[in-house]
Design a protein around this ligand. Sequence first.
Ligand code: ATP
Ligand code: MG
Length: 567
Amino acid sequence: MKFSKFFMPTTKEAPKDATLPSHQYLIRGGFIAQTGAGIYDFMPLGKIVLEKIRAIVKEEMDNAGANEVQLGFVTPLSLWEESGRSNTMGAEMLRFKDRKNSDFVLSPTNEEAVVNMVKNRITSYKDLPVHLYQINTKFRDEARPRFGLMRGREFLMKDGYSFHSSEEDLIREFNLMEATYKKIYTRLGLEFRVVNADSGAIGGSGSKEFHVLANSGEDTIVVCDSCDYGANIEAAVRKPNKKEKLQTITLEKVETPNQKSIEEVNNFLGTDSYYSMKAVIKKAIYEDKTKIAVFFVRGCDELEETKAVNAVGAIDLEDASEDEIEKVGLVAGYCGILNITSNVLVVVDRELEGENNLVIGANEENCHYKGFDLTTLEDVTYKDLVAVQEGDICDCCGGKLSYTKGIEAGHIFQLGTKYSAAMNANFLDENGKAKPFVMGCYGIGVSRLVAAVIEQNHDEKGCIWTKETAPFMVDIIVSNSKKEEEAQIGEKIYKELKEAGIEAILDDRLNARFGFKMSDFELIGFPFAVVIGKKLEDGMVEIVNRKTLEKIEVEVENVTKKIIELL
Ligand code: ATP
Ligand code: MG
């Protein structure tokens, strides 16, 4: 390819809202162009990178024995009604009507469609297992599309769905997919971590996420410093934080005027926040109603919202307004579990179970209780609610837990029979008995990976593509294309590299100055440049390594050999 024939509109300007390097550089480098909120076109450079990633994903999925299919981007709403998800998907699923007034959606994921494909076509255990995948456009009307390709509304995903006759066979495939995903991210040249995850709206039991490590990642990952435990904060567990049990004392109501926060209360009473119950009041959102929920954790702990959502089986949690809190009879700042109004949901963190001598709110203005014994209450729901903190102890090995930031680049789930049972998709087992398919599902954010590669690999000048993702390996820069000799040598090296099977692009632009060509090289981030300039008088050219910006001089005739060595 030659620059003179290539559409590559680089610019110095980045959009105002582009805070992440990948967002800035992909726009400035002419890889992508925004057409609407969270909607991007891929220009030639971006399309090459996207296709390279797609090809690696496809190759490894095919190697693992999965079959590529293509499901419609538009699916009838009736399929979502069959599974029951038409009510639970919320506003992320974009719905619309056709001219006949029938309802459709733009696919945000495709469990329903693939179950529909297999249903009544696979009828016997003898035809299982089967794994179908596609690499196709998804649309999610994200509340806050941002960070360019990282969180778009329209994006490219690899989504695979496997069908099995037993749980054991599903687990075999789940493990195979974990191994396959590791191969994919390794080939892409990425540093990543596999972590335990929350299953979210897609549902199911076991689930793991694959995170590309990068400071800008939106997800907080909890990792252990001495074993390979890793989990998304949403699902992370710790060794219970246990201090010695205090002596039981008599329950006593104490005045705590204007002491609302748990720190204020404990400072005022001279008590340890560990031995206190903090109330977090939220509004739980369900399909058909909302309900006020109160979550109790230790004063020294923080509530993990995803755990809280799961604990009350809600679709989401929102902050409750003062009005809503008052209406159900709660007193903000003084909310406690003893004699709490019965029209709210109450969940207590499991680490508090069996605790006594606690400070709790008294459900009346300016009052708390001291010496509360939680074991005196019956029918308390205990669930894991706490957000693991840095320095907490690993439950697997006793090591220290810490945080790191990750970009979720893949997610695999053991779905079980959630969708097959709801959609009545059955097979006949060895005994001729009808059973719902046991399913797994496996996603990779293909377009998000384009951004993730750059989040992990860039400097202040621009992108630094990894070998497997680079749009071209070598940028041949002719310093002054008006000089016949330089232009000729450029063509010669270009031909040689191409013949050696190395993807090269020739910067033959007549009217671009050397400095401009060099800054395009740095911004776009090809792994190497061959610079043809003044040294040509001595038969030499320069090879520049984009990552290190190191330069070496090489004889013109040795360029291809040297590049092969460097690769
Ligand atoms: P997130 O938590 O980041 O919103 P998710 O858990 O909703 O993602 P999945 O349903 O697991 O996403 O989708 C599979 C993969 O698709 C994700 O691991 C991610 O890499 C990618 N993905 C999800 N949402 C987006 C998006 N809005 N833009 C780009 N890629 C996305
Ligand atoms: Mg996910």
